[in-house]
Design a protein around this ligand. Structure first.
Ligand code: SR1
Ligand code: MG
Length: 425
């Protein structure tokens, strides 16, 4: 992948980032006092960007800058800086619909590929909370609301076709970030690929079996086709538990650089798949056998609550605000046509659940056999325990991908997850 890095682009550092924010009046005002009283620290630990916290006497802000290469691989894997433009567009759109569920966007500087946004405290990355065993009583409702609002309000159920097409065209340019997902989620885990890794030799057998598993490969490619071709709504595109910051009271979705118009189930599947990974990883985090039993129950309950609360909210939005060109409201203005439309809404939700199940499965598998793994599993020191958890996740992931249509509700997924975990004991 090649790109021309603009002359005006320089990676910021802990000094130059202070000059950067000093040039933005709204941010200068937020921080308070002047440059001499500000301090910056680079805190980024993600795969693609650098992140600074800039603290002033009155407030703190976050500056997130795209790097021209993939941080976890190095400068051999170049990435377009323009992804920060898509991230800012997506964040701004999310902020229009669910301002309480995202950090406030303050400013975007396109040549610097950098944005300034609200500093979230005392929120932590949700995945780290899962590892600690923290319960988030409001998480399911918040994330369901985030997905229902952002997905419904950027879909043809809510938007006029002309407006939606313009949005689709804009986000179509986020080609390289989509390509990362196409390769790392849908393709590489099922073939020999240079950057793949797994807990070896423990998982060598199952990794090889997956590469020969025609049923699984066909099903994964069916999902990939949907990812490539179904411009249903503006999806976040990377909605795992590392892209959510939380306290028990608040939930904020971050990191929308993978946003594009894609299948809604990709976001919902990411949330459910990562909850299931957290569930199956708990064996590696409990201080004594059974110590995390209640936490496991909460994680599985959250899987079910997320889907139920999402479905309720999404349907309510569709009933109350059917403003889009799809299922045009002019066709459903009497009681009997309304009844027919309601049946169609239920069918739509069943199909969306089916997509969600499949996407949850591929999202689980890629975190174990592909390039980018997750801390839930990586932080389990003992390779025997880790690989047992991973094998369970691979088994569950495969079932979700291959047998999507067999799952009618999230309870069935949770029952299977619990069975698979018990099998190992
Ligand atoms: C090459 S970037 C690896 C992963 O990090 C991001 O969070 C996405 O999930 C991407 O697939
Ligand atoms: Mg991210």
């Amino acid at each position: 992948m090649s790109q021309k890095i603009p002359d005006c682009y320089t990676p910021l550092n802990e000094h130059s980032v202070l000059d950067f924010v000093d040039r933005i009046p709204v941010v200068r005002e937020l921080l308070g006092s002047g440059r001499v009283d500000w301090q910056a620290n680079e805190v980024g630990d993600g795969n693609l960007n650098q992140v600074f916290i800039v603290r002033g006497p009155a407030a703190a802000v976050v500056v997130k800058q795209a790097l021209p290469y993939l941080r976890i691989v190095g400068d051999a894997w170049l990435l377009p800086l323009r992804r920060s433009f898509f991230e800012y567009q997506a964040l701004s759109e999310e902020a229009r619909h669910v301002p309480h569920l995202v950090p406030k966007p303050y400013h975007f500087d396109e040549p610097a590929a950098a944005m300034v946004m609200e500093y979230l405290t005392p929120h932590i990355i949700l995945r780290k909370g899962f590892i600690r065993g923290t319960v988030y009583p409001k998480l399911a409702g918040h994330i369901a609301e985030f997905m229902a609002q952002t997905l419904f309000k950027t879909s043809d159920l809510f938007l006029e076709a002309a407006k939606k097409k313009k949005w689709v065209a804009l986000f179509c340019e986020n080609i390289e970030l989509c390509k990362i997902t196409e390769d790392l989620v849908f393709t590489d885990p099922y073939r020999i690929a240079k950057l793949n890794r797994w807990t070896s030799p423990h998982l060598d057998d199952i990794a090889a079996t997956f590469r020969q598993d025609h049923e699984l490969k066909v099903a994964a490619q069916r999902l990939k086709l949907k990812f490539l071709s179904s411009a249903e709504a503006l999806v976040h595109g990377d909605l795992h538990s590392g892209s959510i910051m939380a306290t028990p009271e608040e939930t904020k979705v971050i990191d929308a650089e993978f946003a594009f118009f894609g299948p809604m189930g990709f976001d919902i599947g990411a949330v459910l798949g990562n909850l299931l990974l957290a569930f199956l990883a708990q064996d590696g985090h409990e201080s004594a056998p059974g110590a995390r039993a209640d936490y496991r129950v909460w994680l599985l309950q959250t899987v079910q609550d997320v889907w139920r609360e999402f479905a309720d909210r999404f349907l309510a939005l569709w009933r109350i605000q059917p403003a889009g060109d799809a299922y045009h409201r002019s066709l459903f203005d009497d009681e009997s046509s309304q009844a027919a439309l309601e049946i169609e809404r239920q069918r739509y939700l069943r199909q969306l659940f089916c997509d969600t199940v499949g996407f949850a499965g591929v999202k689980m598998i890629r975190r174990i056999l592909g390039l980018a793994h997750v801390e839930d599993l990586e932080s389990i020191k003992d390779p025997e325990t880790r690989s047992r958890c991973e094998r369970n996740a691979l088994r569950l992931g495969r079932e979700l991908v291959v047998n999507t249509a067999r799952f009618e509700n999230p309870q069935q997924i949770c029952d299977l997850a619990a069975c698979i975990r018990h099998d190992r004991q």
